[in-house]
Design a protein around this ligand. Structure first.
Ligand SMILES: [Zn+2]
Ligand SMILES: [Zn+2]
Ligand SMILES: [Zn+2]
Length: 368
């Protein structure tokens, strides 16, 4: 459009241009709107996606916080034993290291193997050693790929076979399933029992529920029950024995044997699983089941190791169990004599008691 063009046409041209421009503007506005719409749609889609993601993240965060609180709680509960044992919390939490208090009860994996009836009656031919011989002849132990830590005499002619783990115990048991000479049995383990002293002589029937309520570390709600209540002691207390599941037992050990009961903090003690007979003084049975009790004999004296009535006149103690052991040592030419100058009730100094306790502890489920 030059300046020499006629003005008559110029208004028409202006209108045309204006319309054209309006069209362009309107058109691009529509196009812009379309773009904005598409973008808005995208944003909305993304909003939905991110909102869902955000919800997920928030839920996760809450869970992590909850776990952190639980761990904190556990940490405060295990702290005393952790410090005592110089372990890190991570080690304890992962279960890779057992606390020191627990290590005195290392878990054993035992299989009892007995000769079958017919062989047992023939006592001339069957002994601990022949049973052992039969075992090695019957089972290709090396082919089973199991490791036997030791074999001990069980009852008169049987074996206690110690494997490395429970899988190996089952493997060995399965291998003997069709044997016509030997039977195998996995010994049943009992739950641990702890002893506590309760103020007064009235024990609430809700005691175990209350203990669970007051001691949140005991996570096994059904894993606690009263197995014994004493008559009132001289101080008018009651001794209570509680059988606890291995899980609860571990928690009690973690807490240094502390249990909060009512308005006090009770100290639990391990019940000694060793049985001792007051008729013959031997370990492993009670007087009611004593086979060494004879009508024509006096009761065994726990002080001097002789059978007599009345007060003991001996000038120094002599343990009947350690003496008996030494007699076996001499007759079997072992090299394992022990000290005998203590009472058969002297648990701090009696070697045979310590061995009997270790033996009895094998049949208690201290670990889960
Ligand atoms: Zn006895
Ligand atoms: Zn005596
Ligand atoms: Zn002794």
């Amino acid at each position: 459009m030059g300046s020499n063009e006629e003005p008559a046409n110029s208004s028409q041209l202006f209108n045309d241009h204006a319309n054209e421009l309006l069209k362009i503007i309107n058109g691009s506005a529509n196009a812009r709107n379309k773009k904005v719409e598409v973008m808005a749609e995208h944003v909305h889609e993304m909003q939905t996606i991110y909102a869902t993601r955000l919800d997920g993240l928030i839920a996760k965060l809450l869970q992590v916080e909850k776990e952190r609180d639980n761990l904190k709680n556990m940490a405060t509960q295990v702290q005393p034993s952790v410090i005592a044992d110089q372990l890190t919390f991570a080690q304890v939490a992962s279960g890779s290291v057992a606390p020191k208090q627990n290590s005195k009860h290392s878990q054993k994996h035992i299989l009892h193997i007995m000769p079958k009836e017919g062989d047992q009656n023939d006592s001339m031919s069957t002994s601990f050693n022949t049973t052992r011989q039969i075992l090695t002849n019957t089972v290709p132990i090396s082919q089973l790929g199991i490791g036997i830590q030791k074999i001990q005499q069980h009852k008169s002619t049987g074996l206690s076979v110690y494997c490395r783990n429970d899988q190996e115990v089952h493997k060995l048991k399965d291998a003997l399933q069709n044997s016509d000479k030997l039977t195998a049995e996995i010994p049943v383990k009992r739950n641990p029992v702890i002893t506590i002293l309760q103020k007064g002589t009235v024990i609430k029937p809700t005691l175990t529920d209350d203990i669970i309520q007051q001691n949140p570390q005991l996570t096994d709600k059904d894993g606690i029950k009263i197995v014994y209540k004493s008559k009132p002691t001289r101080q008018n207390n009651t001794i209570i024995k509680l059988e606890v599941s291995p899980l609860n037992y571990r928690a009690i050990v973690f807490n240094d044997y502390r249990l909060y009961i009512g308005d006090e903090c009770a100290r639990a003690r391990d019940e000694d699983p060793t049985l001792q007979c007051f008729e013959c003084g031997r370990f492993g049975h009670k007087a009611a089941n004593c086979r060494n009790k004879r009508a024509d004999q006096e009761r065994m004296c726990m002080n001097c190791g002789q059978r007599h009535n009345g007060a003991c006149q001996a000038s120094e103690p002599k343990c009947c169990n350690c003496s008996h052991h030494n007699e076996l040592v001499i007759s079997r030419k072992w090299n394992d004599k022990v000290d005998t100058k203590h009472s058969a009730l002297d648990r701090a100094n009696c070697t045979m008691y310590k061995r009997a306790k270790e033996f009895a502890s094998q049949y208690i489920n201290y670990e889960y």
